[in-house]
Design a protein around this ligand. Structure first.
Ligand SMILES: *Cc1c(COP(=O)(O)O)cnc(C)c1O
Length: 350
């Protein structure tokens, strides 16, 4: 099956009389003993359906988590005391925040790299135990050479993780490049409607799967059944939504590049995320407050277009330009998106 068909058909009850087409929401703290499920922190049929569907799209086994950051922390927890993690200097600020917190507490050391400087990343892999990749990076939109970095990391005996939140399995399947773990904030494109928080990890490594499942059982960073159901419902239209937001984004990029008041347009060539750089933070603030259709809000990946000046967050690295606005392109009509963006840019740069 091709991805668009998998997205629609996987994680469903069998095609048998009286079976519902959709996996029901199982609200259960516990199960009658003697079977596989036992207790609500260990397993849930609605999570299983979501995990089967996302696992099939990424090409591995999936575990769902309470949020993207719950999944991130479960992976970082695997790093032994005193060992080194290589990570992009521009990445989701919560992931960088967890690394900084672990380092401040003397748990690990971290080595931040320019993920586009493949030689520097390869050199940094040498004594690492985990290499964290985000590609495209949030919000700098840099791309990593995932196959080359993965090979260098494996030669050094390190595990490789790719945060695939921006690309989604529709546009990029890192496990195909031998990456060990894929992590997602399912809050974003997978859920797709800005109405849930969830995370996921996907792997082909049975041993890692078992260790991560054990950690989830122990720590309890599990999603609710309703969230898993909503995320699966969102996943059904993921390929369709990615197609639309990508074509909208590509058209907006073409037009934005013709505007002299936009200093820089960063677009990795695929997906629904764009970053634009305006001359300064003041102008960017004016623009983000001047849109009527685009919602000024953090987060991304929903059907509705949103925008945000990233440096409004104190935690955003100082190497991200003050005037950078991240655009999450939704599935609206591109002409409406463009008209609103034009009037907001005109208001900001008048
Ligand atoms: C949002 C995000 C996360 C964190 O996910 P939550 O679901 O908000 O906890 C991790 N990585 C990336 C790239 C994100 O955009």
């Amino acid at each position: 099956m091709r991805p668009a068909t998998r997205a629609v058909h996987s994680g469903r009850p069998p095609h048998e009389p009286d079976q519902p087409l959709n996996t029901p929401i199982t609200m259960a703290a516990t199960y009658v003993a003697g079977g596989d499920l036992e207790y609500g922190r260990y397993d849930n049929p609605t999570w299983r359906a979501f995990e089967e569907a996302l696992g099939e799209l990424e090409g591995g086994r999936c575990l769902s988590f309470a949020s993207g950051l719950a999944a991130v922390s479960t992976i970082l927890d695997l790093v032994a005391n005193g060992e080194k993690v290589v990570a992009p200097r521009h990445a989701y600020n919560g992931s960088l925040g967890q690394l900084a917190d672990l380092e401040a507490r003397g748990r690990i050391t971290s080595h931040l790299v320019d993920i586009e400087d493949t030689d520097a990343v390869v050199a940094a892999c040498e004594d690492a135990s985990l290499v964290w990749i985000e590609s495209p990076t949030n919000p700098a939109m840099e791309l990593a050479d995932i196959p080359t970095i993965t090979k260098a990391a494996h030669d050094a005996g390190a595990y490789v993780v790719v945060d695939n939140t921006f690309a989604t399995p529709v546009l990029q399947q890192p496990l195909e490049w031998d990456v060990d773990l894929v992590v997602h904030s399912a809050t974003k494109f997978i859920g797709g409607h800005a109405d849930l928080l969830m995370g996921a990890i996907v792997t082909r490594d049975e041993q890692l799967y078992g260790v991560l499942k054990g950690r989830r059982d122990l720590v309890g960073a599990i999603p609710g059944a309703f969230e898993a159901w909503l995320a699966l419902r969102g996943l059904r239209t993921l390929p369709l939504r990615m197609e639309r937001c990508q074509s909208n984004a590509a058209e907006l990029v073409r037009r934005l590049r013709e505007r002299p008041d936009v200093t820089e347009v960063r677009y990795p060539g695929f997906g629904g995320m764009i970053s634009i750089v305006l001359p300064d933070g003041g102008i960017a603030d004016l623009v983000q407050h001047s849109t009527r259709l685009w919602v000024y809000a953090t987060s991304l990946g929903g059907v509705e277009s949103t925008l945000e000046r990233r440096r409004r967050w104190k935690s955003e690295p100082a190497t991200i330009p003050d005037g950078l606005i991240r655009l999450s392109v939704g599935i609206e009509d591109v002409e409406d998106l463009w008209e609103d963006l034009v009037q907001a840019l005109d208001a900001g740069t008048a």
